[in-house]
Design a protein around this ligand. Sequence first.
Ligand code: WAQ
Ligand code: MG
Length: 255
Amino acid sequence: MRASLKGRHISGAEGIYPNEDIKKAADQYLRRALEHPKGVPDEVVITVDALKEKPIKITALPISTLRCRSHKEAKRYVMDILCAHGISDSAIDTALEVLSGKTLRGASIVEPSGIRLEPDRDRGVRVSRIGIERDTEGALLRGLKKFKISTTTVKEAVILASKVALLDEIIAELCVSDDPDYTTGYIASKKIGYLRIPYIKRYGSKKGGRVFFVKENLDIKKAIDFLEKKPAIVSSLGNIKGDISIDEIISGCRI
Ligand code: WAQ
Ligand code: MG
């Protein structure tokens, strides 16, 4: 589903469903588009297409939440964590530009030189054909409930990040919601899993986005094909933890 107002991105979402659940899912996506905090869209597009290949089964990244008390702290920690992954200053600068500029529908892909690789800079690359098996979804929501974070937003972000992290050439993903009332974002990587970061943005801001930091010499065509086209379904879970300190995260990066 994608919803827009005067060409401006309002909301988007995707999933993989068995035939019998498609009507219900479409109905829920439509409701989501029409009741979005960013405004009432003047265009909603719901696309349904059959999978042409069997989804690969993937494991969700381990989930934790960074102990963080303010926006100022969050900004510093984001820098520390990206640096600990070996991400260059140029790449970080580009990412900050992307996140403070016009909101893309998809993600920007940034290489160490700071150059953006996505062919369409207004759209970005949209990770698609992602879902979760029904039993696994139940277990995930129960796990998240222990930490009072059992929401569609967290569930969908974990699914997306778990597919993205599979790509060999991805070092880390940085995500800030574009919803004005959602101030928690995340950094995800093979090293640190899915790390939620409270206060990553100021309340009320409509700016947000996703950046995938990649290694040099990425085959961009192959990567986009994987992210947009390869069906992947979460069928097992990683650990779900509570709060974790910045020191634990940074030392985890060194291993
Ligand atoms: N593929 C690539 N980029 C996307 C996709 C996608 N499927 N969906 C959204 N984006 C980009 C796009 O630029 C959006 O503007 C931006 O990400 C934010 O999207 O654990 O809700 O749907 O509590 O607003 C993080 C949850 C929630 C943290 C993120 O993102 C937590 C969220 P939103
Ligand atoms: Mg949003």
